[in-house]
Design a protein around this ligand. Sequence first.
Ligand SMILES: [Ca+2]
Ligand SMILES: [Ca+2]
Length: 478
Amino acid sequence: MFSRLIVTSLLAASLAACNGQGTDGSGPLGPDDLGNTIGDAIGDVIGGKGGSGGVPTSPTPTPSEPKPAEPTTPEDPAVLRYVATDGNDGNPGTKELPWRTPGHAVRQAQPGMKILLRGGTYGPFTIDAVDGTAEAPIVLAAAPGSRPVISGGTVLVRRAHWQLEGLEVRPGANAGVRFTGSGAHHGVLRGSIVRDGSAAYGVSVDLGANRITIEGNEIMNIWRGADVDAHGIVIQPDAVGVKILGNEIHGNSGDSVQCIGPNQDAPAGAPARDLLIEGNLFYGDRENAVDIKWCEGVVIRGNVARGYRKSATSNGEAIVIHRGARNVVVERNDISEASRGVVTGVGANEIVVRRNVIHRPVDEKVGIIFGEGSSQVARHNTIVGASRGVNVLAEARGVTVRNNIFSGCSQSVTGSATIDSNLFFGSPSAGSGAVTGDPQLDAEFKPAAGSAAIDRAVPGDEAEVCGTAPDFGAIERC
Ligand SMILES: [Ca+2]
Ligand SMILES: [Ca+2]
């Protein structure tokens, strides 16, 4: 993750297409039986607290879920099996006599087995024969020093406790990796690359798959054309307990991550819920970094989102929350070079936008837009250089704007909201309890000693406080 921090300008020329807050759709799923959600949620991700910085923190998996056990000693030859392009499926799958195809290997798997793919190119495969267990997951991984490529189709996971590691998936016209159906739970996709697909998404959690972790991957160039969206990761109805941690996702013709509902061409089902999107780097997608529709119980924390420009058909939102999404926390993200930093829209309810840094805006240069929805809060954000810091649309309800820093904004807050206790510097003041002064922010948006931000915000935020009172803005000086 974060191995390549350079924003590509590759896509800038082709920014033309649908959506933003509007009408994008994800393609329908392939044929599949509709699964049921299993079990309950992954615990109270909403209540969690992030790190102390405004930039990505280390991923902090929800503590309520036990970490899957490592398989028995990975070096233990008894659990190791091998696949090689010069192997044979009639072999025993040993180091000396490897199998030929991943599809054969996964049918032979047993709990605790570790299947190692040597370098070379393999065809797609489906995992549908054997479950791992919590104590003994099944690992399918690149052999040490190897880069196996799965080409021309989908890696389809229908079973539980499978961990895919170190693969490079080049799916062509197909989805890259799908965790699908209620039998697919506690799956992991880690340290892998999914790239150059032209289907609706690179990675999908769908049809009731649950408790899936997508961690430390690079997902890129999922592209259906200059005016058709395709996404790095989609979370579909009935998904529960999905964690998207520390990935680098970029250059897709839609969003890096989208949570979708049936009104976006996904199959019917319950809203996806309990999602944690943390510590990722998103950049240069044609639409949005994160697009949350209809889903419930979402935490978007400690991500970097950069390079979301306006075009003829996109408003260039880094993060957009709309279409019935509820109970969404957007916190400690670093958002830059976006036309609109964080936007809510139709049916967004119980939305908290806190401790984000929104800076170096482009195009419309709007920090936060609250649209049609209710119970929406912006607090402790640092918004720098915006044309409008927070824009509250006429149809927005229940908006509170508190403890933020507005620095160098042409307009600070527009529209109707409860506005109190904010710091304004080079920006028109608004609301009650306004403080004017230089926050003296350093390169990491932390107030320097003597800053007007220090200890002058109103208490009540649940984040850690240093000194005698909270500081204005995203980052407390401690
Ligand atoms: Ca979108
Ligand atoms: Ca303080």
